[in-house]
Design a protein around this ligand. Structure first.
Ligand code: CTP
Length: 418
């Protein structure tokens, strides 16, 4: 299931050069089955014309409150939206939103809507860092708008710094996270992780056998990524320990790349004392080469040879277990593990997961039955167990929906902020 399929999405386009990238975003949203209404500001039409938006969204484009007056478009579009995405948001548009102005169709619609709003800013670094913009962003976030951090890199001129529009794929992930998030009475995303720091591991580790071969697993990192996006829209600061993941960075995340289980273990050990929760979504190798061969391992010269080398392996550190042991009697950080099980040796997958929950001692263990295959897919189906192996929740659907279900349980268990 996909949370954007069938959703009515209002895409607001501000007057910045990055508007051309929003064409890819609209395409992505339509590709997911969303019903997209684009509302460009008048100045944004200097960059990308209405014909582009009409062709991509299959809807007539409206800009002014004086179009379609008989339909009261400025009220209808905002009321009907399930989600609003503004990309790019210029400094001027952020200021108008902060003031609650309604001087064009986009801002008027924003006053009407009770849907979650994702804002993707793009501007020069000086404008982003100007105290006026900093204050506007803080107020908008307090109001529950999901204002993404701009990406860092080359800007329109020869300069570079924070201010680039996040990649359309990352905005799309944030949109998925926002539409599935818990909401306040006014429809905004509930920032129940405000002030919290999360350390999330994602992907799958690789253990080298020789200079050309490694032991790996099927994990794509999508579940960890969905957790990061979901935590970010709910207001958390996120460090993402990424083991061999080929996905766009979630905007504003502190991404740390690792390759092996040992590298992941040292990163988690170094970071765990600084966070409120450690969420181990990565698939970590249980075994690594006892000794990595410096040269490529060769087969014998005998063409009929049946030989195959016996490769000695040794256990890796159980990172989750180490974190639980290190925490001891303390309550911080909360620790969440994942268990992919297939069942076997006379036990069902669920029985094995419950045993694992008791053995590992994490506060929550997210169990999925991988007999049906979830790796690389957008969907997942999980059971959430507590440290006694009891089922506390289940979630079926997109990895984003599963991510929010895990965070709901985590939020319930986080000790109060001192
Ligand atoms: N994990 C870990 N360190 C390892 C292996 C796993 O921290 N060396 C974490 C994973 O990130 C996951 C949880 O432990 O959150 C369960 O992973 P899984 O591979 O299912 O557990 P194992 O203890 O390795 O059990 P099994 O014998 O079933 O492989």
């Amino acid at each position: 299931m996909n949370s954007l399929a069938g959703a009515r999405v209002l895409v607001g386009v501000g007057g910045g050069i990055a508007a051309y990238k929003t064409a890819h975003l609209v395409r992505g949203l339509v590709g997911e089955g969303a019903d997209v209404q684009v509302i460009p500001t008048a100045s944004s039409l200097q960059f990308v014309g209405a014909a582009t938006w009409e062709a991509l969204s299959h809807h007539e484009v409206l800009t002014s409150v004086f179009e379609r007056v008989e339909e009261v478009a400025h009220v209808r579009v905002g009321q009907q939206a399930d989600l609003v995405v503004i990309a790019p948001a210029t400094a001027d548009l952020l200021a108008r939103l902060r003031m609650g102005r309604g001087d064009d169709l986009l801002t008027a619609s924003l006053l009407v809507t009770r849907a979650p709003v994702v804002v993707a800013p793009a501007m020069h670094t000086e404008m982003w860092e100007h105290p006026a913009t900093v204050e506007n962003v803080a107020v908008l976030r307090e109001r529950g708008l999901v204002v993404l951090e701009p990406a860092v890199g080359r800007l329109t001129g020869p300069d570079s710094g924070p201010g680039r529009l996040p990649e359309p794929a990352a905005i799309l992930d944030a949109a998925r996270a926002a539409i599935a998030a818990p909401r306040t009475a006014l429809g905004a995303v509930h920032r129940d992780l405000e002030g919290r720091r999360l350390l999330i591991s994602a992907g799958g580790t690789r253990e080298e056998l020789d200079p050309v071969r490694f032991l790996a697993n099927h994990s794509s990192g999508r579940q960890g990524w969905a957790l990061a996006h979901a935590a970010l829209v709910r207001g958390a600061r996120v460090t993402l320990a990424a083991a061999n993941v080929q996905l766009e960075d979630p905007p504003g995340v502190d991404r740390r790349d690792v390759v092996t289980a040992a590298e992941l273990a040292s990163l988690i050990a170094e970071q765990r004392e600084h966070v409120d929760a450690v969420v181990m979504a990565a698939a970590v190798a249980d075994f690594t080469a006892a000794e990595r061969s410096a040269d490529k391992i060769k087969k014998s010269e005998d063409p009929a040879g049946q030989d195959a080398p016996a490769i000695a392996l040794r256990r890796t550190e159980d990172i989750l277990r180490s974190a639980v042991t290190w925490r001891g009697e303390e309550t911080r950080p909360s620790i969440v593990g994942f268990a992919a099980e297939t069942g076997g040796a006379g036990h069902s997958a669920l029985e094995l997961a419950a045993q694992k929950a008791r053995r590992k001692g994490a506060d929550l263990l997210v169990f999925n039955d991988v007999t049906t295959g979830v790796f690389g897919s957008a969907d997942n189906s999980v059971m959430i167990l507590d440290s006694e192996g009891r089922q506390v929740a289940r979630s079926e659907g997109s990895k984003t929906q599963v991510a929010h279900a895990v965070l709901d349980e985590l939020v319930r268990r986080l000790p109060a902020v001192p």
